[in-house]
Design a protein around this ligand. Structure first.
Ligand code: GDP
Ligand code: IMO
Ligand code: MG
Length: 422
């Protein structure tokens, strides 16, 4: 399988967790390289549902190593809860999890500032997950963040945390928010630090040793291309590089060691939170929500839904270097009469075949659609490509052609078995 980067080709929630779980079969190591517990990756095994936020989705397969890389921001309390929650579901987490010493930490003041800034923005809010992700990456960039290596050094941690709480309480006061108690935060974080200590290591060295031994590494992207801090619909983005480059910087594995980029995309489009979504459409939103689908795995918010946007996914291929595609949730369109695909944007007489950078222009863009007849046939029990309805095949081939990469995986349900390899 070699070293594979898996990225979301849309606005997140493309079904990365499911595809990672499937691909982990042929991997030795699975690595998260960016984002934090804003991510929610769902994996179904039989009837059992697992939602991973910080732990790589490879954890559900025994004997695979999972790494939380340097590029991730970690809420230690959330991570301890997640590990304990997974153990309650019968997942053993011991020598199979490695946490980077240099991953930055998320603190309660980050979460509080995240929430306060959203309030201040009013109707221009981003619609963040309120997990403190932006403020934590902000501290990292400002070179004032605390890292995992600090958390497991009690004296240093106490000294640094005192200063951070003091500084942030001043900021919280300015927002009219309640100041934090150093003692409370310190006790809770020290407890979490003691619990996590055995997992903390130099993951760059660990991963390089793995590559020396020709192990197959799978890099699990979080969020999606258009939530990328550089390539997304700024400012309606997250605070990390969700595109393929983030896998290198967030792990310490250089670009020339990467062999393949897999882009995951839904057969339609969703977005949770604010910001432009050119193909947003009530009809398809109502259909999917009516089926009980498309509610956020982290916040439970209803996701906004729309038709497939090939202007966006073509851009995703360009910035990620996507070689192969996994198209998920094909079964979601099984009952649709006419399936639409956006092939361009239009404002008045001006046509765009790329995503305009000016957010005001993008917001005004009207999609130009090509219509495909629906296949009107359940696909969720189909096991092979040859058995797919011909109209579904035509649709999926068109998505791949328009996106500019090779169709490799088609997913027709949340379970492992509902996966078709081409
Ligand atoms: P991620 O963040 O990219 O891992 O995606 P999420 O887990 O947040 O959201 C994807 C949702 O789609 C989850 O509920 C998955 O169980 C579900 N899912 C993934 N692939 C398929 C599929 O092919 N069909 C159906 N019905 N559900 C799927
Ligand atoms: P996975 O990995 C979908 C969105 C939020 C908001 C914006 C910024 O499950 O695909 P943040 O809390 O990161 O500052 O929020 O990004 N967002 C996601 N949307 N899937 C995700 O992760 C997301 N992580 C963040 O809704 O619009
Ligand atoms: Mg998700």
């Amino acid at each position: 399988m070699a070293n594979t980067i898996l990225v979301g080709a849309q606005w997140g929630d493309e079904g990365k967790g499911k595809i990672i779980d499937v691909l982990t079969q042929d991997a030795d190591v699975v690595v998260r390289t960016q984002g934090g517990n804003n991510a929610g990756h769902t994996v179904f095994i039989g009837e059992k549902k697992y939602v991973l936020h910080l732990i790589p989705s490879g954890i559900l397969r025994k004997e695979k190593a999972c790494v939380i890389g340097n590029g991730v921001v970690i809420d230690p309390i959330g991570l301890v809860e997640e590990i304990k929650g997974m153990e309650k579901l019968g997942v053993k987490i011991n020598r199979n999890l490695f946490i980077s010493e240099t991953a930055h930490l998320v603190f309660p003041y980050h979460r509080e500032l995240d929430a306060q800034r959203e309030v201040l923005k009013g109707k221009n809010k981003i619609g963040t997950t309120k997990r403190g992700i932006g403020p934590a990456y902000g501290d990292k960039a400002a070179r004032t963040g605390l890292r995992m290596i600090d958390l497991i050094n009690p004296e240093r941690f106490e000294r640094q945390l005192k200063l951070k709480i003091k500084e942030n309480n001043e900021i919280l006061k300015a927002f009219g928010a309640k100041p934090l108690s150093f003692a409370k935060v310190h006790t809770a974080y020290r407890e979490a630090g003691d619990f996590l200590k055995k997992f903390v290591t130099n993951t760059v060295v660990y991963l390089h040793n793995a590559t020396e031994q020709n192990k197959n590494i799978l890099f699990e992207g979080a969020q999606g291309t258009f939530l990328d801090i550089d390539h997304g619909t700024y400012p309606f983005v997250t605070s990390s590089n969700t595109t393929a480059g983030g896998a290198c910087t967030g792990s310490g594995i250089p670009p020339h060691r990467m062999d393949l980029v897999v882009g995951v995309m839904k057969a339609y489009t969703t977005r949770v939170g604010e910001g432009p979504l050119p193909t947003e459409n009530n009809e398809i939103s109502d259909l999917l929500h009516g089926m009980g689908r498309e509610f956020g795995a982290t916040t439970g918010r209803a996701r906004r839904c729309g038709w497939f946007d090939s202007v966006a996914t073509r851009h995703a291929t360009m910035v990620n270097g996507i070689d192969e595609l996994a198209v998920t949730n094909v079964d979601g369109l099984d009952t649709v009469d006419v399936v639409r695909v956006c092939v361009g944007y239009q404002i008045g007489s001006k046509r765009y075949d790329y995503i305009p950078n000016d957010i005001d222009v993008l917001t005004q863009c009207k999609p130009v659609y090509v219509d495909f007849p629906g296949w009107k046939h359940p696909t969720d029990k189909i096991k092979s490509w040859k058995d797919m309805p011909p109209r579904a095949k035509t649709y999926l081939k068109a998505l791949a052609d328009l996106t500019g990469a090779k169709l490799r995986i088609v997913s027709v349900g949340p379970a492992r078995e509902q996966t078709i390899f081409l």
